[in-house]
Design a protein around this ligand. Structure first.
Ligand code: FAD
Length: 389
């Protein structure tokens, strides 16, 4: 199995510590050995490679930047580098890791009671339990503040009614972090698999994120105990803070997909010959595309590194993460399109990872705040004027 050589135009690695390089190497090797050999078939069969879950847990990938409860306690650069390598394998696999860590473990860690943390975090960290995050509804995607799902008090319990959709890991989750409207505003709840009135159904027919489970969650008089409310999750801002964690990982992850597209195109254009005995890489139009890709990947790496440093220093703003997510996803998508072009007809084949990355990145552009929404976040940050409505 060919080893990924890495993409480093500007001595980016010199900005990383020994420890950070080691973490990246561990994730890189895992992806080379365990993901690359199976991902094509998993994607074609629309099957999530669940055999990888426990191994990723053992390597500390889940909730890697959280402290305690068995979590690896890594810094945000190490965490980002893990996301980068995993998404080099597949965005669907990275989605699993993002949801598990940033959207399920993070809210339990940040907003949960001590009992909730003890009960769920070690199991989620090891991969013994799987989580999902239910925010989006059929009528409320970019604007989750309109959500219709309700939670009402009945005696000592909460009763949930409503529907969530497009939920990664939905039908395979042991625990769902669900956001619902209560008389006191939006609150977060833990709904466990098997609870009466709670069901999940898978969304079929996806041409993107095929190696990832996506489901709808249904709540029909679903009664859960008071102790399943996340006590410190108050208001939509709690849910949005989880999204900031996940978006940060996405901003790093997509660099991996872009690197894979770049490296595939570079190698292909050096070996492919047309018109004469020279490789197509010797043509200016081809080099222009490779030059664009490597320049944008390099800028994306530096952006990701600075945001990670701000995050580690406790100085990161949601609007910084919006810039990271928006820029790097658009960059990766364009790299995938250029790479596909450079591979000619071969570019559409599943023998190469390009079309898979490209299709996956269409989802990544949409979820965790669409490109438009992050544009508006940045616009508001620089003008002070919200333009969402
Ligand atoms: C594979 C997949 C997995 C997902 N996983 C999860 C998950 O685990 N949990 C979860 O809660 N959700 C998840 N989502 C849902 C995702 O977050 C939403 O799809 C996303 O927020 C966009 O919502 P929408 O699809 O309803 O699009 P819409 O909000 O309807 O947007 C459609 C278009 O309109 C644009 N638009 C909307 N409002 C504005 C505006 N004010 N100004 C300018 N343009 C605007 C958007 O940018 C977009 O281009 C997932 C989605 C997918 C595809």
């Amino acid at each position: 199995m060919a080893r990924f050589p890495g993409v480093d135009y500007l001595q980016f690695d010199s900005l990383l510590s020994e420890q950070e390089l080691m973490v990246r190497q561990t994730a890189r090797q895992f992806v080379d050995d365990r993901v690359i050999p199976i991902i094509r078939e998993a994607y074609n069969n629309a099957a999530f490679p669940k055999q990888l879950i426990r191994d990723m847990g053992e390597l500390g990938f889940f909730g890697a930047n959280l402290e305690g409860y068995g979590c690896a306690g890594m810094n945000n650069i190490e965490y980002g580098l893990i996301m980068q390598e995993i998404e080099r394998g597949d965005s669907g696999l990275r989605s699993f890791v993002s949801v598990q860590g940033a959207l399920v473990m993070y809210p339990i860690h940040t907003f949960g009671s001590e009992e909730q943390k003890q009960r769920w975090l070690p199991k989620l960290q090891s991969g013994e339990a799987i989580g999902c995050f239910g925010l989006t509804e059929p009528g409320f995607g970019s604007n989750p503040s309109g959500m219709r799902t309700t939670a009402e008090k009945r005696g000592a319990n909460w009763v949930l009614n409503g529907e969530k959709t497009w939920i990664t890991n939905g039908s395979v989750a042991d625990v769902a972090v669900v956001w619902a409207r209560t008389p006191e505003g939006i609150r977060g709840f833990l709904v466990e698999r098997g609870t009466r009135g709670y069901s999940a159904s898978d969304i079929h027919g996806k041409l993107s994120m095929r190696a990832s489970v996506t489901s709808s969650l249904h709540f029909a008089d679903c009664e859960i105990p008071e102790e399943n409310q996340l006590p410190c999750a108050k208001g939509l801002k709690a849910a949005l803070s989880c999204l900031s964690q996940a978006r940060f990982g996405i901003g790093w992850g997509v660099i991996g997909a872009a690197m894979d597209c770049f490296e595939t195109a570079r190698a292909y254009t050096l070996s492919r010959k047309q018109f004469d005995e020279r490789p197509i890489a010797s043509h200016q139009l081809v080099q222009e595309k490779l030059a664009w890709m490597i320049t944008e990947i390099t800028k994306a790496q530096l952006l990701a590194l600075q945001v990670a440093k701000l995050k580690d220093a406790g100085k990161v703003e949601a609007a910084h993460i919006s810039m990271l997510k928006r820029n790097n996803v658009a960059m990766a998508l364009e790299c995938a399109r250029l790479s596909r072009d450079l591979l000619g007809a071969n570019g559409i084949m599943d023998e190469y990872p390009i079309m898979r990355h490209m299709c996956n990145l269409e989802t990544v552009k949409t979820y965790e705040g669409t490109d438009h929404i992050h544009t508006l976040v940045i616009g508001e940050r620089v003008t002070g004027i919200p333009a969402y409505r």
